[in-house]
Design a protein around this ligand. Structure first.
Ligand SMILES: [Fe+2]
Length: 158
């Protein structure tokens, strides 16, 4: 699961997305810590747009391209349930952030960024390793083609 397993090249597009997503989370953390202060409402609006746009399309790619072949191999297990629960939770936190009043924006930004970071850690340390061990070469090829067909994704859109 965690450890030295090298990321399969067919999954690299998703890991590349993760780097971009973490950069947005870092912006939030630096702003909330006062290191790079931002107008909270403006920052929240940016992150809501990001959450509904690039981040959601990243989640959809995982749900539609990565999860089905893994489910077929491994069945519904803790890893799949964790992914689904975390995606749902992060979407809910995005919606909460969108509706947050002035006094709640900082807490909502923080909750959103922390949940996103924890989710990426889970995928990089547990899920992706399990997926690349469970899938056949042909299945990994199909995942790679599916991810390539969805376009450049958030990584290149930023
Ligand atoms: Fe992800």
């Amino acid at each position: 699961m965690s450890g030295p397993l090298k990321r399969d090249p067919r999954l690299v597009a998703l890991s590349h997305d993760h780097h971009q997503v973490l950069a947005r989370c870092r912006e939030v953390t630096l702003a909330l810590d006062g290191v790079q202060p931002r107008d909270p409402a403006e920052l929240a609006a940016e992150m809501v747009a990001f959450s509904n746009g690039e981040l959601d399309s990243h989640f959809e790619a995982e749900e539609q391209i990565l999860v089905p072949p893994y489910l077929a191999r491994a069945g519904r297990n803790r890893l799949v349930e964790t992914l689904e629960a975390q995606h749902a939770h992060i979407r809910e936190l995005g919606a909460r952030l969108a509706g947050a009043g002035e006094d709640a924006v900082a807490d909502c930004l923080s909750a959103w960024a922390e949940a996103v970071k924890a989710h990426i850690r889970f995928e990089e340390r547990e899920l992706f390793g399990a997926v690349q061990e469970a899938l056949s070469e042909e299945e990994l090829e199909a995942v790679g083609r599916g991810l390539a067909a969805r376009g450049s994704g958030p990584a290149c859109a930023l």
